[in-house]
Design a protein around this ligand. Structure first.
Ligand SMILES: [Ca+2]
Ligand SMILES: [Ca+2]
Length: 671
C-alpha cells in the first residue's frame, strides 16, 4: 500500500491534470491531442510522475477538454485503476476512460531527490561530426560513413558517449547536406545504407549512441517531392509554399513580398511550370516545406520513425524556428512584408537587414516540436530515451520554450548558443559569468542546461577564444552543470582553416559575390578537414585534392601529436571527460563569480567534495581569494591545468591566495 499525498494543493492525491488542446490544422477531421501528466507523492518515495498523453479524439469540435480524476486516491495500490473523465465543456458531452495507472515505480525505489537516476543523455558528451570533413575511407577527398566508423574507437577513448552526425542523407549538396533530396537514403558520396547499419552496429558495440540531423524546414529542389510538384502532382504541390508574383507598374513580375533568404536575395523563386513563386528561406535549391499541410507533418513524422527504427538515438533538429511562416489568412490572404531591422552594420540584400517577425519563431513551431517529442516517445517502450536537440538562434525566452510548455514535453536539449553568440576572446570574466548564468537562469528548474561552444556554422572555438583558452573553455563545457556538446576538433584545439575565394564552396560565402569580404560569411573555415596526423592531408584523405583544403599547421596540430606528448589539449579533454562522471559534476550545486576583470571562477560541490574551476580570460597574472565562496577555506590541490600552466598536478595552494597565470585554466579540489 502506498499512500498518495496531494501536491500543489489541488485535488487530493493527484494534481489537477494539465490539459492542452493542439489543433494543428484546419481539416474536416479535427484531431485533438491531450497531454496529461500527474505527479503523485508517496510518503516514503520520491515524486512519481504519471503521464498519459496524446489521446486522440476525432470528430469532436475544437474546444478544450478538461480532464478530471474522479476516484478516491487515498489508498492506491500497485496496478490500481484511476477513472479519468473527459468531458466537453461546451456540449457537456461525456466520455469516460478507464486508465490503468501502473504505479510500479512506487515499489522499492528510494533515493534522494538530487540523486535521481540520470538518463543516458544527461551524463554523456555529444560530439558533433561533420561527415564530409571527418575521415575519408576511399580516397575521393570527401569524408564518409566508413571513415567515421573507423574512428569510433578514438571517440570512445575521448570519453564521449554520443555522436551527432550532420546530414548524411541523399543530397545534391548545394548546401552540403542541408538540402536533402531523399530523407530515407544515405548520400552516395558518404556510402550506403549497409555502411550506415555497420556504423550503428559498431557504435553500439562501443557503447556510443548515434544522433542524426533532422532538416524539417525544407527539402532539395531535386527531391522527388519537388519534381512531382513541378509535374503538376497536387499532393506534392501542396508540400511547398507557392505564391503569385506581383506585376509592377512597368509590367515586370516581382516576388510576392520583401522576404529575404538566409543566403541573401529574395526568399522567393519563380517557376515557369507552375506560374508561381515558391518560398525558400535558405538557398534557391531548398524549397520550404508547408507545415500547414497535415500530410507534410505526417511525412516528417514517418522520417523520424524510419531512422529511430534503425537504432538512432535521436535527432538534432535544424533551423527549427524557421518552420512556420505567418498564417497569411490573418493578413487577407497575402504574406505581409517584414519590417527593416534597423541594423546599420548590414547591407540591404542581407538576411539581417529585415526583422523576421513573420518567418521565424512563429507560435505553431513550438507545438510542432512538442508533437515530434511524442513521436520520439513512441519508441520509448524499449526503455531507451530518444533525445531531441533543437538548433535555434533566438532570444533566450524563445529558446527555452522548446523545452515544453507546462506539462507538455518538448526537446530535452534546446541548444544553448550563448557561449558562441555572447562571448569570445574579448570578453571579461563578468561577460563570461553573465553568458553562463543566462541559460541557467531562464531554463525551467527541472530541465538540464547544455553547453555548446562551436559547430559547423560558426568559427571554431580555438579561433574565437584563442588557442591559449582552449583548455579553459573545455573546462567550462565539460564541468558546468548540464550536458556537454563538442564540435569535432575542439578536443585538440583545431582552428579555422584559410579557404581562398577560388576554393570557397559554402553558399553563404559564394553568394556574397565578394572575393574580398566573403570570409566574414563563409562557413568553410570551420569545416576544413579533421587533423589526424602529420601525413598527407593530415591523415584525413589520400586524395590529391580534398573537398576543402586542410588547414595550415596540421603537421603539429593533430591527434597523433597530442596523443604522443605528455601534455596536450587532448589529454586535458580526456581527463575532464572522466572527471565529469564524479557526483559533484553530475548532481552537485553550482556557484560562480567574476573575481576581477579577468578571472572567472566557479565551484561545484556535493557533500564533502568541492571542486573549483578557475579561468583567466587575459594574459595578466592575478592572485585570487577563493574564500569568497562559503565553506571554502584551507587548501586545494591542482587536478588538471591548461597545458601552458607552470603548475603541477597535485600542487597544493592556500585558497585564500591562489596565484593565477595569464590565460590559465585550473581545476582544483579542496583538500
Ligand atoms: Ca570518401
Ligand atoms: Ca519554413
Amino acid at each position: 500500500m502506498h499512500r498518495i499525498t496531494p501536491i500543489s494543493g489541488v485535488g487530493r492525491g493527484v494534481t489537477r491534470p494539465h490539459y492542452a488542446s493542439y489543433v494543428p490544422y484546419t481539416s474536416d477531421d479535427i484531431t485533438t491531442y491531450f497531454f496529461f501528466k500527474f505527479q503523485v507523492s508517496c510518503v516514503s518515495h520520491p515524486p512519481i510522475q504519471i503521464v498519459i498523453k496524446t489521446l486522440k479524439i476525432s470528430h469532436l469540435d475544437n474546444t478544450l477538454y478538461n480532464v478530471v480524476y474522479i476516484n478516491d486516491t487515498d489508498n492506491v495500490d500497485n496496478h490500481s485503476v484511476l477513472n479519468i473523465e473527459v468531458f466537453n465543456n461546451s456540449k457537456n458531452m461525456k466520455a469516460v476512460f478507464l486508465l490503468p495507472l501502473f504505479l510500479l515505480a512506487c515499489s522499492g525505489f528510494i533515493a534522494k531527490n538530487n540523486d535521481r537516476e540520470l538518463d543516458w543523455w544527461e551524463t554523456t558528451i555529444f560530439y558533433q561530426i561533420y561527415p564530409r570533413s571527418f575521415a575519408d575511407s576511399d580516397g575521393d577527398g570527401i569524408g564518409d560513413l566508413n571513415g567515421i566508423t573507423s574512428k569510433l574507437e578514438y571517440i570512445k577513448d575521448l570519453g564521449v558517449g554520443a555522436i551527432w552526425l550532420s546530414p548524411m542523407f541523399q543530397s545534391p549538396m548545394y548546401d552540403f547536406g542541408y538540402d536533402i533530396s531523399d530523407f530515407y537514403a544515405v548520400h552516395d558520396e558518404y556510402g550506403t545504407m549497409e555502411d550506415f547499419d555497420a556504423l550503428i552496429a559498431r557504435a553500439d558495440e562501443l557503447g556510443i549512441k548515434v544522433v542524426l540531423d533532422l532538416v524539417p524546414n525544407h527539402t532539395s529542389n531535386e527531391s522527388v517531392w519537388f519534381q512531382e510538384a513541378l509535374n503538376g502532382n497536387e499532393k506534392y504541390y501542396n508540400y511547398f509554399v507557392w505564391e503569385d508574383g506581383i506585376i509592377d507598374e512597368d509590367g515586370n513580375r516581382r516576388p510576392p513580398n520583401n522576404w529575404l533568404s538566409h543566403f541573401r536575395g529574395s526568399a522567393w523563386e519563380y517557376r515557369e511550370e507552375i506560374g508561381k513563386y515558391y518560398l525558400h528561406q535558405f538557398v534557391v535549391g531548398q524549397p520550404d516545406l508547408n507545415y500547414r499541410n497535415p500530410e507534410v507533418v505526417e511525412e516528417m513524422n514517418n522520417i523520424i520513425r524510419f531512422w529511430l527504427g534503425k537504432g538512432v538515438a535521436g535527432f538534432r533538429v535544424d533551423a527549427v524556428n524557421c518552420l512556420f511562416e505567418v498564417d497569411k489568412e490573418l493578413f487577407g490572404g497575402v504574406y505581409p512584408d517584414e519590417p527593416p531591422s534597423g541594423r546599420i552594420d548590414v547591407d540591404p540584400g542581407s538576411h539581417d537587414s529585415l526583422s523576421h517577425i513573420y518567418t521565424k519563431d512563429q507560435n505553431e513551431t513550438y507545438y510542432m516540436v512538442y508533437q515530434w517529442r511524442d513521436v520520439f516517445d513512441e519508441f520509448k517502450s524499449d526503455g531507451f530515451t530518444r533525445v531531441m536537440m533543437t538548433e535555434v538562434y533566438a532570444s533566450i525566452q524563445d529558446v527555452v520554450r522548446y523545452f515544453g510548455e507546462g506539462h507538455i514535453e518538448g526537446a530535452q536539449m534546446p541548444f544553448n548558443f550563448d557561449l558562441i553568440t555572447d562571448v569570445d576572446a574579448s570578453s571579461s570574466a563578468a561577460d563570461i559569468k553573465r553568458a553562463v548564468d543566462k541559460f541557467l537562469t531562464y531554463k525551467p528548474v527541472d530541465k538540464d542546461a547544455n553547453w555548446v561552444v562551436g559547430n559547423h556554422d560558426n568559427s571554431r572555438m580555438a579561433t574565437r577564444y584563442g588557442s591559449a583558452l582552449v583548455d579553459g573553455i573545455n573546462m567550462l563545457v565539460l564541468l558546468l552543470p548540464g550536458v556537454a556538446v563538442t564540435y569535432m576538433g575542439e578536443e585538440i584545439g583545431l582552428v579555422d582553416g584559410y579557404v581562398s575565394w577560388e576554393d570557397t564552396v559554402d553558399p553563404a560565402g559564394c553568394n556574397t559575390n565578394d572575393p574580398i569580404n566573403y570570409v566574414q560569411s563563409s562557413r568553410d573555415p570551420e569545416r576544413t578537414p579533421f587533423q589526424w596526423n602529420a601525413e598527407k592531408n593530415a591523415g584525413f584523405s589520400t586524395a590529391d585534392k580534398t573537398w576543402l583544403p586542410v588547414a595550415d599547421g596540421y603537421e603539429t596540430l593533430n591527434v597523433e601529436v597530442q596523443m604522443a606528448v605528455e601534455r596536450s589539449h587532448l589529454k586535458v579533454y580526456q581527463f575532464l571527460a572522466k572527471l565529469r562522471q564524479e557526483k559533484a559534476f553530475r548532481y552537485g550545486r553550482y556557484e560562480s563569480v567574476a573575481m576581477n576583470q579577468d578571472v572567472f571562477v566557479f565551484r561545484r560541490w556535493y557533500n564533502n567534495d568541492t571542486y573549483i574551476v578557475v579561468l583567466n580570460m587575459r594574459d595578466n597574472e592575478h592572485v585570487v581569494d577563493l574564500t569568497y565562496f562559503e565553506n571554502v577555506s584551507g587548501e586545494a590541490a591542482v587536478l588538471v591545468r591548461s597545458i601552458q600552466s607552470l603548475k603541477n598536478d597535485g600542487d597544493v595552494f592556500d585558497v585564500s591566495a591562489l596565484p593565477v597565470a595569464g590565460f590559465e585554466g585550473l581545476v582544483l579540489k579542496l583538500v
